[in-house]
Design a protein around this ligand. Structure first.
Ligand code: PLP
Length: 407
């Protein structure tokens, strides 16, 4: 399928290019020292990860440890409640550890093992990536340092406890807004010091090349599985697919399975409290081109051109940029990006819980809210939601802030 002069039959061969660019977005804006480390990872990725041995081992891990393939559920009661459009969910909440993050963590940690690294390092926002990486570290017997902002440590206490139980070292980051951006800054700094013995396992399709490509490729299992399962289940493709976008990993992997098909694709960003800078984290909607964390993409900027403070009720979505591939797909028009506010996401959180018996992560609730809005506009057809994670990690926050809705 061709779309605005991009041939999607050969898309994964051509995007990103050798320097890690999706059009003008991507690349590696880092020190020569770190560039050497990234080149080592790129080289290892293309040799090790494409080998039969690696592919077979990762497939076995996905099947026997992660519980893949995850199912697709027909959200029948919710669909009937809204109208005639049929809603479905790809259940990444049922992936081991409760979110999609484990898909790339097991891939990255397996690569680290093949490269002879003894330690893995990363940042985390909602704690899902941290838990997934701590899980991978325990599975492969590696040391693991997770950098996390103090605001998120407080908000996501159960995930902090899980990381510690799994044997990871949680490093608190206190500067700035003390959320995801600062955690990435601190993890990168640590990696620059320790790169010879460890590997940085980034939590999304962001950072310098090869991370946006590598994380997308590991996550694409979700999209390819979902395409095949949906057709087997219903006899046709979904009319639309939708996923939430923070850094953009669950969406990039999910979209990968549908880019080359006649399916409308939607990415959903967090509108938080509103459109004012500082009240949301919708970088694809309101950002401009800019470089941060070693890659060129869209970015929400303050008056000095620095990454602006961002906010979302979902810790995993409050990042001032998005992966370069998303910026590219947005410019191309192949994926449409929309926003959902905190209030809409929380309403969807309770609706899905009460109509389907599925408690979603607040991040994933953004995609659910968007699908509900879309279903009302479409009148008929089908929508497949990527339910990127479950809401267990959000229980304390919901109990504290939405006690009135629990009566
Ligand atoms: C359940 C869940 N969904 C989505 C996200 C957002 O990340 P990404 O945009 O990389 O998928 C997170 C991040 O922590 C998450 O925990």
């Amino acid at each position: 399928m061709e779309f605005n002069n991009v041939n999607f039959d050969t898309y994964f061969k051509n995007y990103p290019n050798e320097e890690g660019y999706f059009g003008k977005y991507g690349g590696a804006y880092i020190t020569p020292e770190l560039k050497k480390a990234m080149d080592e990872i790129t080289e290892a990725y293309f040799t090790i990860c494409k080998s039969r041995k690696f592919i077979d081992e990762l497939r076995r891990i996905r099947r026997e440890f992660q519980g893949r393939p995850t199912p697709i559920s027909h959200l029948e009661r919710l669909s009937n409640y809204i109208g005639d459009v049929q809603l479905y969910a790809k259940r990444e909440d049922l992936n081991h550890t409760g979110a999609h993050k484990l898909n790339h963590c097991m891939g990255e940690a397996l690569l680290a093992k093949y490269m002879g690294k003894k330690k893995i390092i990363a940042e985390t926002g909602a704690g899902q990536h941290g838990v997934a990486l701590a899980t991978a570290a325990a599975y492969f017997g590696m040391e693991c340092d997770i950098y996390m902002g103090s605001v998120d440590i407080k908000k996501q206490a159960p995930n902090v406890a899980r990381m510690k139980i799994l044997g990871a070292n949680v490093v608190e980051v206190t500067h700035g807004l003390a959320t995801l951006k600062e955690a990435v800054d601190a993890a990168f700094e640590a990696y620059s010091r320790e790169y010879k013995d460890c590997i940085y396992c980034i939590g999304s399709v962001v950072g310098p090349h090869p991370f946006p490509m590598m994380v997308r490729d590991f996550q694409s299992v979700v999209g390819f599985e979902a395409n095949e399962q949906f057709v087997r289940m219903t006899g046709e493709l979904p009319d639309a697919v939708t996923a939430c976008v923070g850094g953009g990993s669950n969406s990039a992997g999910f979209f990968a399975g549908f880019l080359n098909y006649p399916v409308d694709i939607y990415g959903v960003e967090p509108l938080g409290r509103g459109t004012k800078l500082g009240d949301h984290a919708a970088s694809l909607q309101y950002g401009e081109e800019g470089v941060m964390h070693g890659f060129n993409s869209v970015m929400l900027k303050d008056e000095n051109g620095e990454p602006a403070p961002v906010y979302s009720v979902a810790s995993g979505l409050d990042y001032p940029s998005s992966g370069p591939e998303h910026a590219f797909l947005r410019d191309l028009g192949r994926v449409k990006y929309d926003t959902v506010s905190d209030d809409e996401a929380i309403d969807a959180f309770f609706l899905l819980s009460r109509m389907e018996g599925i408690i979603p992560a607040i991040e994933s609730s953004h995609a659910v809210a968007h699908a509900i809005r879309l279903a009302k506009q479409m009148k008929h057809g089908s929508i497949l939601i990527n339910l990127s994670g479950r809401g267990d990690k959000d229980m304390d926050y919901i109990i504290e802030h939405y006690a009135d809705r629990l009566k």
